[in-house]
Design a protein around this ligand. Sequence first.
Ligand SMILES: *Cc1c(COP(=O)(O)O)cnc(C)c1O
Length: 427
Amino acid sequence: MKENWNIETQAVQGAYWPGNAEPRVLPIVQSTTYRYDTCEELAKVFDLEQDTFMYTRLGNPTTDAFEKKMAMMEGGVGALATSSGMGATVLAVLNIAKAGDSILSSSTIYGGSFTLFSTTFKDLGIEVIFFDPDAPKEEILALAKPNTKAIFGETIGNPLVNVIDFEKFAAVAKELEVPFIVDNTFATAALCKPLELGANIVVYSTSKYIDGHAQALGGILIDGGNFNWDNGKFPCMTEPDESYHGVRYFHDFGKNGYMVKARAQLMRNFGFTPAPFNSYLMNLGLETLPLRMERHSENAMKMAEYLENHPMCAWVNYPGLKSSKYYDVAKKYLPKGQSGVLTFGVKGGRDAGRKFINSLQMVALVTHVADVRSCVLQPASTTHRQLSDEELVACGVSADMIRFSVGIEHVQDLIDDFEQAFAACQK
Ligand SMILES: *Cc1c(COP(=O)(O)O)cnc(C)c1O
């Protein structure tokens, strides 16, 4: 399979190619198990000597094709699909950090990831040191500890739609000799390829743009194969794993070591496995990703401009707008488009915003983002409801913020719906 195809071609033709008279479209292999001729052959699979399927918790042909296509589009060496985006973040971090370790994380991340880091990881003995992603490099470096194992950020933060300075994050990671993990959910490889910008591991909630149709939950972690684990900081990658008869992931599998460990050790033990049917749906969505991201970005830009000029809009934040603090960073790292999510406030604050949302007729109130249908949400009263006021401030979520996920409808119909909702909330 050609790795040098453009991403549009990879999306439709990548990672699955039928043999003579085989199904043209990636089939759903709805089987938990796989038959072997001899005990000796199956033993080789258990010894990680043979890369075939044995049990769907660890691998499945439909999921495998989806993983290979994602890795190809992202420019990684391998990928591991999970049952949700949260599962991907959990595995990406736990694969290299354990009790007594710490990681650095941008504070402007998805609310669920923030809570995972600030509570569950804390309970597990992993300290997450949050930092302002706009802080200077030296300030972030000063927060690191000898036990720091990774730096984490989101290409486009959910819900702040702030864009990270890849160069700075990569420089911090390099100086600390730890991997740079990026959640690329909002941008996708169609708009940004973090592995080409100094990142080492990419995680996704594929429940969003990858699926694109709001039909299946999923996640994935992708390894760039571009980090040297043999620097003394990652004994889990270089020392024998007693739970896997002494395998040494980095020494035995080289640039695939991180991925082999995540699958053979953590997926084996945690079991965040996607259903083959969901992998089929993910692959189906992925086929049109580059096309959809173009329209999402185009519509979002037009809606951002419309809102910026609307007398009843208090503020609007979209990295494609010249008025955005992240305009220059977005031009640099997201030149093809700045994706489909923007935030804004209605004049009159939180209550006016609620009235506005209640008045929308087509754009739906949904706890979701990033599918073909436009939707809105007030983070402070929903996704970020569990955060304290101080944590809300740290995440940059204002009480009046409306998160608007711009779909691929005709933009005029979106404007018409907004016009009548603005009018209705004046009454
Ligand atoms: C939704 C989301 C997640 C969590 O993904 P799920 O599939 O809902 O588990 C993680 N990161 C970002 C940026 C998200 O938007």
